[in-house]
Design a protein around this ligand. Structure first.
Ligand code: ADP
Length: 281
């Protein structure tokens, strides 16, 4: 059982009598503890790249380096800078998502655009993180015909785009060279639409699954960092999915691969409106 925390105050009001006021502050204290954890996490995430960055600046200032070494240091500094930039971008997205919903949650966005964006991101990321001599990832995306028929989703385009491409990026980041990544888009019997990303990557042990969408929760820190992860991606996905009335499904087998799927309810999907509206007579 969780301990309950009570705050009490006693007020004397004459005749030797007292008034006791008590309040259950369990939830308040929990919220406060979560806030403290969050601030500690953010500080830690910023401190690490900053320390590296400052160290490199000092090296550049004090050591006589040749051109090649200088270039190498500058590249590493740029990498640390980019890491902090990603973190700040993700923090801002998260704080927007925890606020009130933006306008445009009911606008229609062609699923085709979202899928095309995912494909671009995935291929670019894979080219960036795999060594040049490694076996490439093999990608499978819906073909042109299925894209034509993919219909439209009700929602904020930028939010949907960031959520779906986060899932695809994770598949790329957690799948070793030579593995495959398959993105599918399907209409279900009940009219809902299912977006899924299946990879043949490292997989996730069952005990981690319930906590994956928590802010800064990572199964393996080094792999996450080395591939540019902030630990906030799935927290962002969870918020976007929630406020679009959708649900996130995760299934995984350690060492075999993982599937993340987003299920959009029927009310949020429609077949693509006819591009050439009937001329009124
Ligand atoms: P990160 O930036 O660390 O990837 P996320 O919030 O996107 O943060 O994901 C949280 C954790 O979930 C990751 O650190 C990783 O351990 C795990 N994870 C996410 N996607 C996958 C995947 N496709 N395969 C294996 N592990 C994954």
């Amino acid at each position: 059982a969780r301990p309950v925390r009570i705050a009490a105050q006693i007020f004397p009001y004459g005749d030797g009598r007292h008034l006791l006021l008590s309040r259950d502050i369990t939830a308040l204290e929990q919220a406060e503890a979560m806030r403290r954890d969050f601030v500690a996490n953010v500080s830690h995430e910023i401190r690490t790249p900053l320390t590296v960055l400052v160290g490199f600046v000092e090296t550049l200032q004090t050591l006589p380096l040749d051109e090649t070494e200088r270039a190498r240091y500058l590249a590493l500094m740029a990498q640390q800078g980019a890491r902090m930039q990603n973190l700040v971008e993700d923090l801002l997205s998260l704080s927007r998502l925890e606020g009130s919903p933006p306008p445009g949650l009911e606008e229609w966005t062609p699923a085709q655009l979202l899928l095309a964006h995912c494909e671009q991101e995935a291929r670019a990321l894979s080219a960036r993180i795999l060594p040049a001599d490694a076996a490439p990832h093999s990608f499978h995306f819906p073909d042109a015909d299925s894209l034509q028929a993919a219909g439209e989703l009700a929602g904020n385009r930028l939010e949907l785009q960031s959520a779906l491409s986060n899932l695809v990026s994770n598949a790329v980041r957690y799948t070793p060279a030579g593995g495959s990544i398959r993105v599918s888009w399907q209409r279900q019997q009940d009219g809902s639409a299912r977006f899924a990303v299946r990879d043949t990557g490292v997989g996730i042990a069952a005990e981690h699954l319930p906590r994956l969408t928590e802010r800064f929760y990572r199964v393996e820190r080094s792999r996450s960092r080395d591939t540019g992860g902030t630990g906030l991606g799935l927290a962002i996905v969870k918020h976007v999915v929630q406020r679009h009335g959708a649900s996130l499904q995760i299934s995984s087998q350690l060492g075999q691969g993982t599937e993340f799927a987003v299920l959009f309810p029927a009310a949020r999907w429609r077949a693509t409106a006819d591009a050439t509206p009937a001329v009124p007579n």
